[in-house]
Design a protein around this ligand. Structure first.
Ligand code: SAM
Length: 215
């Protein structure tokens, strides 16, 4: 199966996107968002027993390369968009990167202790493709996964749904419910170990890191 990259993902093969990607994390609010995600990632790794050999897929422009290659870890970043990989390699000259499609990773089974999939699945609208990605990440991981999801049980999503009903918003939010996320994990043959809200007030944010391992 190939991942039919929707427009939002296609965007990253445009060098203008890699050049401006980090603007999201600039300024006080952006830096705070980035730091929250980094703390949640560390918690996720701790939940897996601090695995040392990590796959960051997709790694984008290396947003978390420094974090994930620290503390004596061995790190590989994988991404499909060459401009994002080039930006990552430019920033982190000691880190290793590879061009790869998340649906068909060019690694043998259990090649890594753990795989991290940050800021990706919410851009994949098709459930079957999300499951295919989860299966592939699980295949290459020996201990488990840390997967970034955006779920529907937050005031933010409820507000968007209401605005859609009132005709003030074109599309209904597509965030899966926590139960639907657990269904996806189960179909990918994964067992949930932890559910780590990225924000201190989970009702305000839809972001969650799910820690899982193969059943
Ligand atoms: C929103 S960025 C997230 C990057 C990084 N994890 C972060 O947190 O900043 C999404 C990334 O997914 C990559 N991507 C899109 N489709 C992909 C695929 N089929 N296989 C691997 N990477 C893909 C894009 O190139 C882009 O770098």
């Amino acid at each position: 199966m190939t991942l039919e990259r929707p427009a939002k993902l296609e965007l990253y093969s445009d060098p203008r996107e890699s050049a401006t990607y980090d603007r999201r994390w600039s300024g006080w609010l952006g830096r705070a968002r980035n730091a929250r995600k980094a703390r949640a990632i560390e918690r996720g790794l701790a939940r897996l027993g601090n695995p040392r050999v990590l796959l960051d897929a997709p790694c984008g422009n290396g947003r978390f390369s420094a974090l994930l290659s620290g503390a004596g870890r061995r790190y590989l970043g994988a991404d499909l968009a060459l401009p994002m990989l080039a930006a990552a390699a430019e920033r982190h000259r000691d880190a290793r990167y590879v061009a790869a499609d998340l649906v068909r990773l060019p690694f043998p089974d259990h090649a890594f202790d753990a795989a991290l999939c940050i800021r990706f699945l919410h851009l994949v609208r098709e459930r079957e493709l999300r499951i295919a990605v989860l299966r592939e990440l699980a295949r290459v991981s020996r201990v488990g996964l840390v997967v970034d999801y955006r779920h529907s049980r937050t005031l933010r999503v409820l507000g968007r749904r209401l605005r859609h009903r009132l005709g003030l918003r074109d599309r209904a939010p597509s965030n899966p419910s926590p139960a639907a996320i657990r269904g996806e994990l189960a179909e990918a043959n994964l067992e949930e170990l932890d559910w780590i809200p990225v924000h201190r007030s989970p009702w305000l944010s839809d972001k969650v890191l799910v820690v899982a391992r193969a059943r």
